[in-house]
Each structure stands twice: as structure tokens, then as C-alpha cells.
Write a protein that binds this ligand. Structure first.
Ligand code: AFP
Length: 322
């Protein structure tokens, strides 16, 4: 099995970016170790704090955020850092070539039940036309990402990553501590009968989304035999969708603060959209390509539909305003 660095070299990735990816992954291995230790590492449970999203922070969220921030701030190639757990951009090295954003621990409600959780990360080239630590550094479209990936801390620890080419899957080999290539090119099936969505939000959805689900659940015979599969960790749900097909949905709803849904553009939607599309799937927001959205703020949220191409196209056509 091939190791990570030779694969990246074979993909023509430049040395600076390879080194930076290795930095991110060094932190991911520390996190994987703490996840595997669970209660023994003292990382389960909540802190008394809330993050910028108004969510209570879990201890592992805070530990993972600190690990990533510290290791990235030490890397000369990093100009600025943004994290779902930080209110503001963290400046690093004014001459650094790259900016890095991450969700240190996605799916944190799963931490205490030993469920799937993950780290999502994205890398862009730094902009020279704005201050090194300005939020404008991160106001780049998802199509500008030079690397997107996630590490899924599940039964095994998986790295799913693209540097512009195919989406590749690696497995953490605990015997030598490195990621080994286990799936050369992930391919999202073009259609399926699986739906990944929090159905309990039905009452808060606009009418077009409710009608779409009424068809699937009750009305339209072509959907007989469908299943709903939901983890409450987007990283796990998207991994399933990419592996065996399906659609992940988090629409806008009528609850306070959810007029654009819950998923953050920078830390979740953009990296996962790039991974899904480079695996042959599709990722949209209100019918528009997620990767074409011009960001308006660091912690912006967007409605999300991503996964099997035909299912996403069908969702967009059935729910479009026209
Ligand atoms: P946390 O990491 O804050 O737990 O949020 C996870 C998440 O953003 C995404 O990974 C899930 O798909 C979604 O929230 C789950 O939200 P609901 O609990 O509202 O279904």
C-alpha cells in the first residue's frame, strides 16, 4: 500500500503544500489518539463555555481546536487560521503562503456516545491584497481551495482528501503511525434511495421542502424502499453518501438563526463539496453550486444538498421556486 507523501508527489502537489498537509495530519493523529482513549484521556463531557455559534463546547472540541491552532501557528507556511471554534481569524506568519480553516471536531454531540466524529480542513493560497490576518483572507470561493479533506474518527481512522484531483481515501496505520492509501479514487454512485437529513426538522421547513419529503415518504411509489440514515455528524454522513450513494440535506428552516440552515460554508460546506464533486457527486445550495458562492462572512451558514448527482439534481428541480 502506498504512503501519503509519494501519492501527493505523484499528483504533482508542491513541496510546501505537502509539508503543510503533514502538519495538519500530525494534529489529526494526536486527536485520533485522544478519541481512542475516550474517558481515559479525560476528554469527554462539556466545558462551561459557548462558541461563536452559540453551542456549548465539548472538552474534545476545545482540545482539538488548540492542538490544530498551535501546530499550524508554528508552521512558517501558514499566514492565517480560521476555526469554527474561534470568533476571529488567528494571524500566524505574514509571509506565509497559505491560509487554513478547520472544524476541529465535527459532530461533537457524538463524542460522549462513542459515535462518529471528524476533523474537516481546507487550505487556500493566501491573498496579498488584504492584511495577513484579515477575515477577507477567507472570503474566497470554494472553487479556490487547493486542498480539502476530513479525518473521520470511526471504527478506523480515515483520511479523505483531494488536492484538486481525485478524492482519495487513506487509513491510519497504527503500527507505523502513517496514513496509507486504501481507496485510490472514491466514486459516489450516481443515484440511490438513501436520504440523510434530520427529519425532526420537518415542521420548520418551508413548504417546498415538506412537499419533496411527502413524496418520498408517502406519495410517490418510485421511492418505495427508501431509507433515512442520519448521524448528526456531517462528516460521517457525507462519508457514507460518497461511499454508497445518497443525498445529505440541511435546508434552511424557520427556527431562530436557521434562515440559512446550520452548515457553515467555510468549515463544512466548501471542503465537503469539493470532496464530493471530485468523487463524481454534486453539491448545491438553493440550486447554486456551493463552490461558486462568494462568502459574505467568516461564520456564514448555507443550505446544503450534496451527494449522488441524480438525487441532488432531482432535489433542486423539485424544490426550485419556478
Ligand atoms: P456540531 O459539530 O456542532 O455538533 O455540529 C455538527 C453539524 O454541524 C453537522 O456535522 C451535522 O450534520 C449537524 O450539525 C447536525 O445538526 P442537527 O443536530 O440540527 O441535526
Amino acid at each position: 500500500m502506498k504512503r501519503l507523501v509519494p501519492v501527493l508527489k505523484q499528483d504533482g502537489v508542491n513541496t510546501d503544500l505537502i509539508m503543510l498537509i503533514r502538519t495538519v495530519l500530525a494534529a489529526s493523529k494526536e486527536i485520533a489518539f485522544r478519541v481512542s482513549q475516550g474517558e481515559l484521556a479525560g476528554v469527554l463531557g462539556s466545558t462551561l463555555d459557548e462558541n461563536i455559534q452559540g453551542e456549548v463546547q465539548k472538552k474534545l472540541d476545545v482540545v482539538s481546536n488548540q492542538l490544530l491552532k498551535d501546530i499550524l501557528a508554528d508552521d512558517d507556511s501558514v499566514r492565517a487560521i480560521a476555526s469554527e471554534e474561534e470568533d476571529y481569524v488567528v494571524g500566524a506568519h505574514p509571509e506565509g503562503k497559505y491560509i487554513v480553516a478547520f472544524d476541529p471536531l465535527d459532530g461533537s454531540s457524538n463524542i460522549d456516545i462513542n459515535g462518529q466524529i471528524g476533523t474537516i480542513f481546507t487550505i487556500y493560497e493566501a491573498r496579498d491584497d488584504v492584511a495577513f490576518d484579515s477575515p477577507e483572507q477567507f472570503a474566497q470561493k470554494g472553487s479556490e481551495q487547493v486542498c480539502a479533506g476530513y479525518v473521520l474518527y470511526g471504527a478506523s481512522t480515515l483520511l479523505v482528501m483531494t488536492t484538486g484531483g481525485p478524492t482519495r481515501c487513506y487509513t491510519l496505520d497504527l503500527t507505523h503511525g502513517g496514513y496509507l492509501l486504501t481507496e485510490d479514487e472514491m466514486e459516489t454512485p450516481i443515484n440511490s434511495k438513501e436520504f440523510s437529513v434530520n427529519m425532526a426538522n420537518f415542521r420548520y421547513w418551508p413548504q417546498n421542502i415538506q412537499s419533496y419529503f411527502n413524496d418520498i415518504l408517502y406519495a410517490d411509489e418510485q421511492y418505495a424502499g427508501s431509507s433515512v440514515r442520519y448521524n448528526a455528524a456531517m462528516v460521517g454522513d457525507v462519508h457514507r453518501v460518497m461511499s454508497r450513494g445518497g443525498i445529505f440535506l440541511y435546508p434552511a428552516d424557520s427556527r431562530a438563526g436557521n434562515d440559512n440552515g446550520k452548515i457553515r460554508l467555510l468549515y463544512e460546506a466548501n471542503p465537503l463539496a469539493m470532496l464530493v464533486e471530485n468523487a463524481g457527486g454534486l453539491a448545491t445550495s438553493n440550486g447554486q453550486s456551493i463552490l461558486d458562492i462568494s462568502p459574505s462572512s467568516l461564520h456564514q451558514r448555507v443550505p446544503v444538498a450534496l451527494g449522488s448527482k441524480e438525487q441532488v439534481l432531482e432535489f433542486d428541480s423539485k424544490t426550485s421556486a419556478d
